[in-house]
Design a binder for this molecule. Structure first.
Ligand SMILES: [Zn+2]
Length: 216
């Protein structure tokens, strides 16, 4: 069965690295923007500030979500667990800087093999205590694709636009073995087959609170 998402006003997206958000949930962001044109999107990225990747990330996120507010921090890539306190502090400052409460938080999932992804996933649940948190998956060399629990079907156009925007905006990453259209569309096709859609993105949702009917 499907549950319908309605009334979305403010979405927070978080990534450990510049490109995680777009790879993990780019098609979902396109679908959200299409369904909720007035939605506010606030993005937080733990690493990459002051590097060439920052400009890539800002341009990419603007392409996925025009008007997005982007915060990029400068923690050291691949070594964030050694900087737990700074990571916690910067995420806390970001959360407190939001002018409106988020309705939904999307970030990495807690069993991702990359230590930076795991750290951010663990911190997100400490800063966003009352929001649903969806953990996206990122295909990479490690065999760590999760058992996803939640599917967001996306249109063919949204799936292909995600791949095109990734290629357009992240030239620094296109040399990776996992960075190509077949990989991006292939994973979305697998997740689509699992939810009776052509394409979908999958998420790990560890906890859900669902209210039945109207709730004031
Ligand atoms: Zn990453």
């Amino acid at each position: 069965m499907s549950l319908e998402l309605s009334g979305l006003r403010h979405v927070v997206v978080a990534g450990a690295h510049c490109d995680d958000i777009a790879i993990g949930c780019g098609a979902t962001l396109l679908a959200i923007r299409e369904a909720f044109p007035q939605v506010t999107v606030s993005a937080f990225v733990l690493t990459g500030a002051g590097t060439p990747r920052e400009a890539e990330e800002r341009a990419a996120l603007e392409a996925f979500c025009p008007g997005v507010s982007v915060t990029i921090e400068d923690l050291p890539d691949a070594r964030t667990p050694a900087h737990w306190s700074a990571a916690k502090q910067t995420l806390g400052m970001f959360a407190r800087s939001l002018t409106a409460a988020a309705d939904l938080v999307i970030g990495p999932h807690a069993t991702d093999a990359h230590q930076d992804h795991r750290l951010l996933a663990e911190l997100l649940v400490t800063e966003f205590r009352t929001q649903p948190i969806w953990g996206y998956e990122i295909l990479k060399y490690e065999s760590d694709l999760p058992h996803v629990t939640t599917y967001i079907p996306v249109s063919d156009a949204q799936a292909r636009a995600k791949s095109a925007l990734l290629h357009q905006h992240y030239p620094s990453q296109t040399g990776h073995a996992w960075f190509d259209e077949e990989a991006f569309l292939g994973l979305m096709r697998v997740r689509g087959a699992q939810c009776n859609a052509r394409y979908a993105e999958g998420f790990v949702v560890a906890k859900s609170v669902i209210e039945i009917g109207e709730h004031s």
